[in-house]
Structures are given as structure tokens and as C-alpha cells.
Design a protein around this ligand. Structure first.
Ligand code: NAG
Ligand code: NAG
Ligand code: NAG
Ligand code: NAG
Length: 497
């Protein structure tokens, strides 16, 4: 029996598509600089991303913001200001430094209200917003408590913005991120005004081109408007789709945690873990406690890296495979200073389970498992791909009601809040990255594809529900360039998992 930690899959559908010809035409068009607008869009994307995104990939962890004895979390969700630049000059927001003032103070700019989280497309009755291609701008004001100033680091984290995004705090660029459906964060302490009003501005660009993940192409219509095309079979909703949090960590803080199950037996389970600490890490010690649901400590350690042995473990089982599916322990990491006082604390829910396979069977905790389930989508009326808790809970009830135990996050990573529920309810996940229907295989794309996989795996590596990483959905693997491309993608996956 193979005994690797993760399965990889490429969901391949061979499509002999007339669209491929169209796409080649488009590439030709941009190469020969026939169309001013396309060049302009490429400029936006490249000013966003080529230097910025690739150089500002967050090297550390991307742990979900959780409150604790040492951390405070504040939501920045709500109704933000929203504006669409004039289609005749899509870059005007950059030219006129819209991020330096409130959008409502920009002369002649029509500013409307927009909920966050939500895709912006279907919120209004204006078809021009629904079908808009290019940049849109958001801003809002917020306060930072005065007492946060000396002791803390302050971070801002977006659950996802589709697709390319830049974020300013009080006019300072604090982060850039290109790929949708994935979280990004940055420390913003030095840009904040403590005990005063602050402003956050977000520019978001939904343009999909041959070198974005996923791919698309843009054409100019007779009326001068831009039209976005793509071959994937869902609407490219855009905007600030997931919650936005501002949160604190101490100056010395837990940056990342990795926990996985090495082996399970009836009497014993063996876990391996690694807690990474940033800041003045040398002056702290790490205390690890594993707590069951009754808050009883069942294993512990005084090392930041090592193994834990759990006697008579309660295993994480899929829905319908066990009377208590989705059993989660709390992996509690505490940093202590020389005096034994608490510096930082982060508690991560984890499940104890192994996944193994042969050429014909898949096993959870050494028991064969049969997947019953769906390819899903996050979409719903009005909110598009915007995270919506009632909808998500209802969907899980439907999934369980029909007796399903699995789904694929077709065709992009889903909200972390949705993934938490899969962990809790024992619903197995085939976790997809946002590379869908890829048909042009370039080095630039490969770099971004790898970024999307490393962000996805960094985000979801500790989730018991995730049983398979999907490297790509329905890529055009019949093209010869796909062979070497996916060889490199697979090697990269083996390297990072
Ligand atoms: C623990 O994680 C950190 C950060 O990812 C990494 O630098 C370090 O090598 C890991 N330690 C071990 C022993 O794997
Ligand atoms: C950290 O340790 C160094 C020496 O090991 C000491 O000089 C320094 O004061 C300590 N810092 C804190 C914040 O305790
Ligand atoms: C938690 O407590 C309940 C009630 O006392 C008990 O039935 C259960 O076995 C305990 N669970 C564990 C994991 O110890
Ligand atoms: C799976 O099948 C291949 C090809 O038949 C074979 O070489 C390989 O040993 C098999 N692997 C396992 C784990 O059975």
C-alpha cells in the first residue's frame, strides 16, 4: 500500500474545442499590438502583478485569524464605498491617486455602496457593473484602538479578492495579490493611526488573460466596451468575496503550524507537528497541548517540533462511516517567555486520520472508503461567490440529507469557513486550485500556477477533510506543451507536500 500523505489528481476532460483557435487568434492580436485596449489591460495586470505579486508572495504562514488570550480579531466586513472608473480611462484611479483620499471626495466620481463580502456583479441593477471588465475600487474607514499601539503587531487579511488586488492603508500600498479564491495578508502596524480614523482602499481587477490563473481573453466590442471570454463553465464573479479581518499578534508570534498523522492504531496514534515562531523567537519556549472535545489534555510536549503520541485516539471519520464523524481535537500552541508568562497562543482544530491508497482503493484510517458526492460551486443569487453562512449551512444539510460524504471544490479553493464545516461534519474534500481549463502553457503561467498551489496547500494542509489535492481541472493535456508543464507542476507538488 502506498503511504504518502497526499494524493494528487488532475481532472482531465479532453475537449476538441473551436475556442482554441479563437484563443490563438487573440494571442496573435496582443503580440502584434493591434489593440490598444488589450495592451492597456495587460499593463494593469503587469503593474499589479508581474513585479509585485511575485516579489511580495507572503513567505510565512497564512493561519486563519483566531482569537485567543493573546490575539484580538476585528471584522472589516460591512458596506464599503465602491466605484467603477470611466471605461475611456480605466487607469484613472492610479493616475489621480484615488487611494490617497476617500473615493467620495474624488471629483465627478460616482460612488455607490457595496457589501463585503460579496461579488459586486449582481448586487446592483446596473448591467454595466455586472459585465464590467477591468478595475473597480473599494474603500472604507475604520478605527484602531489606541491601546494597540505599543504591544502588538496589526495585520490585515483578505479571505479572497477576485482576481488581482492591491490594498492601501492611509494611502500606503500594503499588499498586492493576483490570484482569486485564496487568502492574503500583511502586517500594517507602521501605516496605522492609533486612536484615530484610518482608511483602507482596495483596487480589484477581474481581467483574465493567457497568463493569469485561470486563463481568459478579452476583446473589444463594437460599442467600445471590453468583453471577457473564458472556456470554464461558470461565471467569473469578482470583488471582495470573503471576509476581511484586522487582527493582532504579539511582536513575537506563532507564524505557522503544521500537524499531520503519521500512523493510527486502535490503541495509539502518532502525530508529527512543527510550530514556527517569528520575532524574538530565541527568548521563548513552546508548549504544545492536544485537547480532546472534553478539554482534557491527551498529549503534550515542550518542543516546537516533534511527535505526539495519543493513547486510544478518537479518529476523524467521514460522515456515515462512524457514529461520531468529524471528531476534532484542539492543537494548542503556547509561547512562553523566560518567566513562564504567556507570549502568544494559537489553537488549531485538527483531526487524527491517515489516508492511504492502492491502485484500486482508497483508505481512511486503513478502512476502505467509497466517495459519494458532488462537484460543487460557491455561487448563489445576488451575492455571487460572496461568502454567505446561511447558504453554506443549508448546502451542508442538503449534502448530508442525500447521504453524500465528499465533494470537489470545483474549480477553485472555497472559503475557509466552508472548509471548517467539512472538517467538523466529516465531509471529504478534493481540494482544487484555481487553474481550470488551462490551454496555453507558458513559464509565466507556471510560476503563478505554482503560487496558487503553494498558497492553497499552506492554507489547507492541516485539514483532515482534505484527502486529495487537485493540481488542475480539465487542462488541455492533449497539447504537447502540457506534458513538460505538468511534469514540473507535479515535481513542485511533491516538493511542497
Ligand atoms: C518548521 O517550519 C518552518 C517554517 O515553515 C521551517 O523553516 C522549518 O524548517 C520546519 N522545521 C522542521 C523541523 O521541519
Ligand atoms: C532575549 O535574550 C537576550 C539574551 O539571550 C537578552 O539580552 C534579551 O534582553 C532578551 N529579550 C527579551 C525581550 O527578553
Ligand atoms: C467526554 O465526556 C463524556 C461525558 O463525560 C464521555 O462520555 C466521553 O467519553 C468523553 N470523551 C472523551 C474523548 O474522553
Ligand atoms: C500500481 O500499478 C502499477 C502498474 O500496473 C504497478 O507498477 C504498481 O506497482 C502498482 N502499485 C501498487 C501500490 O500496487
Amino acid at each position: 500500500m502506498a503511504n504518502r500523505r497526499y494524493l494528487f489528481g488532475i481532472v482531465t476532460l479532453l475537449l476538441l474545442s473551436p475556442l482554441i483557435k479563437l484563443a490563438y487568434d487573440w494571442i496573435h492580436l496582443t503580440e502584434t499590438n493591434d489593440c490598444g485596449n488589450m495592451i492597456q489591460i495587460s499593463v494593469i495586470i503587469s503593474s499589479f502583478c508581474v513585479q509585485l505579486c511575485l516579489s511580495s508572495i507572503h513567505r510565512g504562514g497564512i493561519l486563519f485569524p483566531r482569537e485567543s488570550e493573546t490575539r484580538q480579531v476585528v471584522s472589516l466586513d460591512g458596506i464599503w464605498n465602491f466605484a467603477v472608473p470611466d471605461t475611456n480611462n480605466p487607469l484613472m484611479g492610479f493616475q489621480h491617486h484615488w487611494y490617497k483620499t476617500d473615493l467620495r471626495e474624488v471629483p465627478k466620481l460616482e460612488v455607490i455602496q457595496m457589501p463585503v463580502p460579496a461579488s459586486y456583479n449582481d448586487v446592483t441593477t446596473n448591467w454595466k457593473i455586472r459585465d464590467h471588465v477591468g478595475l473597480v475600487w473599494y474603500d472604507r474607514t475604520f478605527y484602531v484602538p489606541r491601546h494597540w499601539s505599543d504591544v502588538e503587531r496589526i495585520w490585515v487579511r483578505f479571505g479572497s479578492v477576485s482576481y488581482a488586488a492591491q490594498v492601501w492603508v492611509n494611502g500606503h500600498l500594503v499588499m498586492s495579490h493576483e490570484i482569486g479564491h485564496l487568502p492574503f495578508l500583511s502586517e500594517v502596524t507602521q501605516y496605522l493611526k492609533f486612536g484615530k480614523e484610518n482608511r483602507m482602499t482596495v483596487a480589484c481587477d477581474n481581467t483574465l488573460l493567457a497568463d493569469t490563473v485561470p486563463q481568459g481573453r478579452v476583446s473589444e466590442l463594437e460599442n467600445g466596451r471590453l468583453h471577457q471570454d473564458y472556456t470554464f463553465d461558470f461565471f467569473n464573479y469578482a470583488g471582495i468575496d470573503r471576509p476581511v479581518y484586522m487582527y493582532t499578534t504579539p511582536k513575537t508570534y506563532i507564524d505557522d503550524i503544521t500537524v499531520f498523522t503519521i500512523d493510527v492504531r486502535e490503541s495509539q496514534a502518532l502525530l508529527q507537528y512543527n510550530v514556527s515562531v517569528l520575532g524574538d523567537a530565541g527568548n521563548t519556549t513552546c508548549r504544545i497541548s492536544l485537547l480532546d472535545k472534553n478539554k482534557t489534555v491527551v498529549a503534550g510536549s515542550e518542543e516546537s517540533f516533534g511527535t505526539l503520541t495519543v493513547e486510544h485516539p478518537r479518529l476523524w471519520w467521514p460522515y456515515l462511516m462512524h457514529p461520531e464523524p468529524g471528531y476534532l481535537y484542539s492543537f494548542q500552541a503556547e509561547l512562553l517567555d523566560d518567566n513562564g508568562d504567556l507570549v502568544d497562543k494559537y489553537t488549531l482544530p485538527i483531526g487524527i486520520r491517515t489516508i492511504t491508497w492502492t491502485n484500486t482503493s482508497l483508505y481512511i484510517n486503513k478502512q476502505p472508503v467509497y466517495l459519494h458526492g458532488f462537484g460543487r460551486h460557491e455561487d448563489s443569487d445576488i451575492r455571487g461567490k460572496g461568502f454567505d453562512a446561511p447558504l453554506v449551512l443549508r448546502d451542508y444539510d442538503l449534502i448530508q440529507w442525500v447521504g453524500a460524504n465528499a465533494y470537489r471544490t470545483s474549480h477553485y479553493p472555497y472559503a475557509e469557513e466552508i472548509m471548517d464545516l467539512a472538517d467538523q461534519r466529516g465531509i471529504m474534500i478534493i481540494d482544487e486550485c484555481p487553474s481550470v481549463n488551462t490551454e496555453f502553457f507558458s513559464d509565466t503561467l507556471l510560476v503563478k500556477h505554482k503560487v496558487s498551489l503553494s498558497e492553497l496547500i499552506k492554507r489547507d494542509k492541516n485539514r483532515p477533510a482534505v484527502i486529495i489535492w487537485s493540481a488542475s481541472n480539465e487542462p488541455r493535456t492533449q497539447y504537447s506543451a502540457a506534458k513538460n508543464y505538468f511534469k514540473l507542476v507535479t515535481l513542485f507538488l511533491i516538493l511542497i507536500t
